[in-house]
Design a protein around this ligand. Structure first.
Ligand code: GDP
Length: 447
């Protein structure tokens, strides 16, 4: 996402490099290039206009700075303005003082509401809440079943109408679910509502009726980012028809240009609160305008990366690993630990997606896309073909053992050899880090 925009902006900034000061002509030319970049990214015209106006004014008025050269100053201004159009401060979910907190999802059919209900469920559960997902989408034949499936995958509870009891009346289902949540002590209720393929009056009315019945603490408007400019029009229609407090962008993984993300907060006056970037339930995160701006400008998103790592590695696992290293100076580090670490890293998500969050990775994205995730599987298979003794002390792996392991895991002998060598390298590194008192790292990723 944002690839073209990032590339274009980078090229624009490059032209400014080496300039001692910026003339009016420089600023005009830069503004023009940024304008084209935004329009190509499918950003709504009023947003582009407002953006360019701000950048121009601020660049012209910028003080001569000791610390920043002109190119850096322009980048700083563009960054701040990007954060601004993306909504400014991060808008967090508001929880009710008296549980349950009620979150209602609204949006067109296919926008990703039901999937989002599961994602929110998993996310809320991870934060120590006990969410209840409510199937108030009784229009689409499969919607109730689909919600039950995502709830099960997320490991959270679902409230769905009993056949023959309240079927056909989503307002009643929604209303009853709040009572149920109160009685069963669920502290967050996520109400999935019906969508249509297009905006129509009946749909708006039903959503408004559900809203009035459950008095939600948050109405979230879910929109498919892939529909580009239409996302903005749909959002305006929902804002006027039902009203909503925040936006969830879904399918950002398929939105190469990013126009919706860059337009919607500014146009609707409502902030983006969450973003989804895949079909899997954990491909979802709170939306932070500042981090997104950094990513667009190729400055990486270290904060999200660190948070993901924190969520993945439990405190316990990290403590265990750390104490193991401290006591042994790395000598006890075995292939079993190596495998465990690799799998933890993989739990964080696809390697290419993770690397994409690092600063400067924009330039080498082709290499990143070429990383073969199957390498991880192959490495795991090799280690699993070893005996416990070999995993504990790989120095015993001689030629005949290597041949057996290779056969067991279906790889060449050279792959086994390479892996063991990488492991020794990693162990050496761990040992050095342990002596220096550092945290355990992620040794020798395959590849
Ligand atoms: P609903 O009709 O609004 O409830 O939409 P669904 O939740 O059924 O989603 C419609 C389709 O979009 C499904 O096939 C989902 O798997 C898919 N989908 C939902 N969110 C995402 C996402 O973030 N990325 C991608 N690629 N697909 C998604």
């Amino acid at each position: 996402m944002f690839d073209t925009l990032s590339d274009r902006l980078a090229a624009t900034f490059k032209n400014l490099r080496g300039k001692g000061r910026l003339s009016e002509a420089d600023i005009d030319a830069t503004a023009r290039e940024i304008r084209i970049a935004l329009l190509e990214a499918d950003v709504a015209l009023p947003v582009v206009r407002a953006f360019i106006k701000q950048v121009k004014e601020r660049a012209a008025g910028a003080e001569v700075s000791q610390a920043l050269n002109p190119a850096q100053q322009v980048i700083k201004i563009v960054n701040e303005e990007l954060v601004g159009i993306l909504g400014g401060e991060t808008r967090r979910l508001r929880f009710a003082k008296q549980p349950p907190t009620v979150i209602m999802l609204a949006g067109l059919q296919g926008s990703g509401k039901t999937t989002l209900a599961g994602k929110l469920g998993l996310w809320l559960k991870g934060q120590g809440h006990s969410p209840l997902l409510v199937a108030a989408d009784l229009q689409r034949p499969n919607a109730v079943t689909q919600l039950s499936v995502v709830a099960e995958r997320a490991g959270v509870a679902v409230y769905a109408p009993e056949p023959g009891n309240g079927v056909g009346d989503p307002v009643k289902v929604a209303k009853d679910s709040i009572e149920y949540a109160r009685a069963k002590q669920f502290d967050v209720v996520v109400v999935d509502t019906a969508g249509r393929l297009g905006i129509d009056q009946e749909l708006m009315q039903q959503a408004a009726d559900i809203r009035d019945a459950v008095s939600p603490d948050e109405v979230l408007f879910v929109v498919d980012a892939m529909i580009g400019q239409d996302a903005v029009n749909t959002a305006e229609a929902f804002r006027d028809g039902v009203g909503f407090d925040g936006v969830v962008l879904s399918k950002l993984d398929g939105d190469a240009r990013g126009g919706a993300a860059l337009s919607i907060a500014h146009v609707t006056g409502r902030q983006i609160m969450f973003a989804s970037n895949g079909e899997k339930l954990d491909e979802f995160d709170a939306f932070h305008p500042d981090r997104m701006a950094s990513r667009i400008l190729g400055m990486g998103d270290m904060m999200s990366l660190i948070e993901k790592a924190e969520q993945t590695f439990s405190q316990e696992e990290a403590a265990q690993m750390a104490s193991k290293l401290a006591s042994s100076k790395g000598k006890d580090f075995t292939l079993d630990d190596f495998l465990a670490q690799m799998e933890q890293v993989r739990k964080m998500g696809s390697i290419s997606k993770l690397l994409g969050m690092l600063p400067g990775m924009g330039q080498i994205k082709d290499q990143i896309n070429n990383i073969d995730e199957r390498d991880v599987d192959r490495t795991a298979a090799i280690i699993k073909s070893m005996t416990p003794g070999e995993r504990q002390e790989p120095t015993i792996i001689n030629g005949s053992r290597r041949a057996r392991i290779a056969k067991g895991s279906g790889v060449d002998v050279s792959a086994v050899k390479g892996l063991v060598e990488r492991f020794f390298e990693a162990r050496k590194m761990m040992s050095r880090m342990a002596q220096g008192g550092g945290m355990p790292g992620m040794p020798g990723m395959p590849g």
